[in-house]
Design a protein around this ligand. Sequence first.
Ligand code: NAI
Length: 315
Amino acid sequence: MAPKNEKIGIVGSGIIGRSWAMLFASVGYKVSIFDIERKQIDSALVEITKEVKRLESQKILRGKLSGDEQIACVTGCTSLAEVVKDAVLIQECVPENLDLKKKLYTDLDKVVDSKSIISSSTSTFLPSLLSDGMKHKSQFVVSHPVNPPYYVPLVEIVPAPWTDASVVPKTKAIMEEIGQVPVCLNKEVPGFALNRIQYCILNEAFRLVADGVLNVKDVDNVMSEGLGMRYAFLGPLETAHLNAEGMKSYCERYCNSMWNVCQTFGPTPRFEGPVVDVMNEQLCAMTPVDKLQDRRVWRDTCLTHLAQLKKKMNN
Ligand code: NAI
């Protein structure tokens, strides 16, 4: 595989921008990075080089190009006009602040051409909110990654009501090309899909601790040693399908008991009050704040091994 002649523009080179840059470079896109802080670009280029070399030495580098070839694909640039020029896709990765993002899109609208896909990494803002009023709003889509995107392949692709019909399939094809797993929402909805499901889990985790049913460690064990074991391979719907003689049989068998349990869930918690301190204390006893980075490295190593296992099991 040779480096490609197509360009991706990355706007914002923090945690997510760097990860995207590595993913696009892994299949040979010419990746151009822009940030309002020049030193962020410099540090992104240094960190990407270090990270690619580390992954290559551990034989877990993604893509078929060598580490040096991938590193050579990534360059910094000094203006918004330059980063968007001739890009097939522009991936916006600036902080999750509505005014800041809106201002960026006003500026970007003036310099982008009519062919580039304008793709936002936003975790929370609806695409219609970000792109309303833009001249190029039909080119706008959200491509929401999951942190850390290099190890967790899901990307939620979310169109605004006015996104051109060609934009979602083109974005999906690019995400598949870089080895991510896109899911395309047919319409925008607050929280997209991942956070809607994640918030259901967090709500119940919070209630179980607040009601004194389980401590933090045991709530987390329910996921990591229980549900999570199968959810790494199967979603909840296929799990249900397998847990009876198909989904219809599952619903017939369990609909009443599920309904009865769900009636006891209670109101949505606000994630405030003394229980937050209780949870924080127990979590800090498990991983002190000054050891979070070590734990993140461990998490990424686990995810890499899991990704390799999943690849093996799917072959
Ligand atoms: P970050 O704070 O690490 O990086 C943001 C970068 O954008 C910084 O380097 C900053 O200098 C730069 N920046 C600020 N204003 C800019 C502008 N006008 N033009 C160009 N660059 C600018 O933020 P992070 O965590 O990388 O998040 C970026 C986006 O990704 C956010 O929308 C966030 O919601 C989303 N996201 C973050 C995840 C996470 O876990 N960190 C997960 C999924 C999505």
